[in-house]
Write a protein that binds this ligand. Structure first.
Ligand code: ADP
Length: 522
């Protein structure tokens, strides 16, 4: 297991000896992900490498060239994948829960067996440091393990109607074929966070991974097949997002859309899915505030800040997007965090630095523009910044940010800590609650009663008190307002793939005749 080393000067993962061995034994990437780099789509049990529409290139964000290509699925191909998933649904839903659970457990075990290969692949296409990629594979596997367990615990009930006349059965039934659309920032764990509960519930899936990171999803699908998850239960299509999205949202066979990505696309999918009243689970942007209260333990604050901001290079919807510091602790926080940030090493993910590249040059340039705009409006860049013409942003601290600046309201999605001070916490919470996002908030303070009171008041789906990490497969992850709809993970996560169906059987009016001689007997 990889762990965040919460007490070190620079942020890094602690690796055990076995992991060190895994990383150092990668002799060239081709060997590292041998057999799991699949330049094809999976429909049923068929791997299709050419639909006749050309291919998409997947490039190493660190500037290391083309990792591979995947086919562009056309409208008819996506329809076929949906039909195959529809046919497989009839068989998969009828399997005993225990056999679905066992298949998921085998999938989990194969993911763990291949974790080094999957991590190398993830780093190649996504760019994150290898030890973070290994940690993501473990996190991805944890959803499969959790829902292997939950599969057996889905149960209905018998209930007496309120008038006392009928005993009815209430069953939990799978919603049907699910379209899962996943992002590039966590290309393995976002797949299992959706696919594992869907499969556990008895649904089948058509998965569309992000254009820039399809290989992690395809590799996981190969392992699912190998685990005995039947043909057609999990299908993967790649290609043009809009075109595939249009087929998925308009198909009458697809009964649910599960999406993680930008708020813009989430709103688009919500509207498209509403036309046929498909179920939706949406997880979108966060703009998470990280609040340091006057009584904060500064060691805890800085450690949590480094995790909340610089894990995955800040490319996470739960990344702390703005540090809001009680004014009497402001200078101390800026100084302590800057000390840690300048110690972070940046490099290609395969060299296992602290910070890899961001996903592409456009993204790095956008981050550079956000910093420039803030600086020209009066903020100060203390360290780091955009390296022109590359996908690298050196870990940065921007202080004296104000709510008037774009960087305060827009998700940075990169290794940039923006810092502001506040005078009155009640006003701050009130102002934060006026915003239209509400995924996660972090609170650092020693008085737990105060922190819990603020946690109650903040309009968000999740709160981390004295921690910079809330993600956990066994807990419900999700946001309120424009940050999302529904929850993933925990016991709540499987409910998103189930419907309650109630069956009432009319009672026969029975004439009960009691033999006369029995009357009066005690
Ligand atoms: P980002 O801006 O971080 O790339 P997006 O929301 O664009 O986030 O992407 C998240 C996922 O949504 C990706 O798999 C992407 O291909 C997909 N996607 C983007 N646009 C659409 C669309 N119109 N319909 C369906 N999926 C889409």
């Amino acid at each position: 297991m990889a762990h965040f080393c919460l007490s070190s000067r620079s942020m890094h993962f602690m690796m055990d000896a076995e992991q060190h061995h895994e990383l150092s034994s990668f002799r060239g990437l081709a060997k590292a992900f041998e057999g799991l780099l699949l330049e094809a789509n999976l429909i049923g049990s068929e791997w299709i490498s050419d639909f006749g529409n050309g291919v998409l290139e997947v490039v190493d964000p660190a500037g290391g060239g083309v990792v591979g290509t995947v086919p562009r699925a056309g409208t008819a191909d996506v329809r076929q994948a949906i039909e195959v998933a529809g046919a497989a649904f009839l068989k998969w839903r009828a399997e005993p829960a225990r056999s679905r659970s066992e298949a998921l457990q085998r999938w989990h075990d194969l993911i763990i067996e291949h974790r080094s290969n999957l991590a190398a692949l993830l780093t190649a296409e996504q760019g994150k440091p290898l030890s973070e990629a290994l940690a993501e594979i473990d996190y991805a596997a944890s959803f499969v393990r959790w829902y292997a367990g939950e599969a057996e615990r889905v149960s209905g009930r018998l209930a007496l109607s309120a008038n006392g006349l009928d005993v009815c059965s209430i069953q939990k039934v799978p919603v049907g074929v699910v379209a899962a659309i996943t992002p590039w920032n966590a290309p393995s764990s976002m797949v299992t966070r959706k696919v594992a509960p869907a499969l556990a519930a008895g649904c089948t899936v058509v998965l569309k991974p992000a254009e820039s990171t399809p290989f992690s999803a395809l590799a996981l699908a190969k392992l699912a097949l190998k685990a005995g998850i039947g043909p057609g239960v999990l299908n993967v299509v790649t290609g043009d997002a809009e075109a595939i999205g249009a087929v998925l949202t308009s198909s009458p066979i697809v009964r649910k859309i599960s999406f993680t990505g930008s708020t813009r696309v989430a709103l688009h999918l919500l509207s498209a899915a509403s036309k046929s009243m498909k179920r939706v689970s949406l997880e979108a942007g966060g703009n998470a505030p990280f609040i340091v209260l006057p009584d904060a333990d500064m060691d805890v604050a800085v450690t949590a800040a480094m995790v909340a901001k610089f894990r995955a290079g800040g490319q996470s919807c739960v990344a702390a997007n703005r540090f809001l510091i009680a004014e009497e602790r402001y200078e101390e926080f800026v100084e302590r965090v800057t000390e840690r940030v300048v110690a972070l090493r940046t490099g290609s993910g395969h060299t296992d630095p602290d910070i890899g590249p961001v996903i592409d040059q456009n993204s790095a340039q956008r981050i550079g523009e956000l910093i420039d705009e803030a600086v020209s409006a009066g903020a100060r860049l203390i360290c780091g910044g955009y390296r022109r013409g590359t996908a690298f942003v050196d870990p940065a601290v921007v202080r004296d940010v104000t709510p008037q600046m774009r960087i305060y309201h827009e998700e940075v999605f990169g290794p940039v800590a923006t810092v502001s001070s506040f005078r009155d916490i009640e006003t701050l919470v009130h102002d934060l609650n006026q915003e239209d996002t509400g995924l996660v908030a972090y609170l650092i303070g020693q008085d737990e009663a105060v922190a819990n009171h603020l946690a109650d008041r903040l309009e968000v789906g999740m709160v981390g008190i004295n921690t910079g990490l809330v993600s956990d497969a066994s807990m419900p992850f999700g946001g309120v307002k424009c940050s999302g709809l529904g929850r993933e993970g925990g016991v709540e996560g499987i409910e998103a793939y189930l419907e309650a169906k109630y069956i009432k059987t009319a009672r026969q009016e029975l004439e009960i005749s009691v033999p006369k001689r029995e009357l009066g007997q005690s």
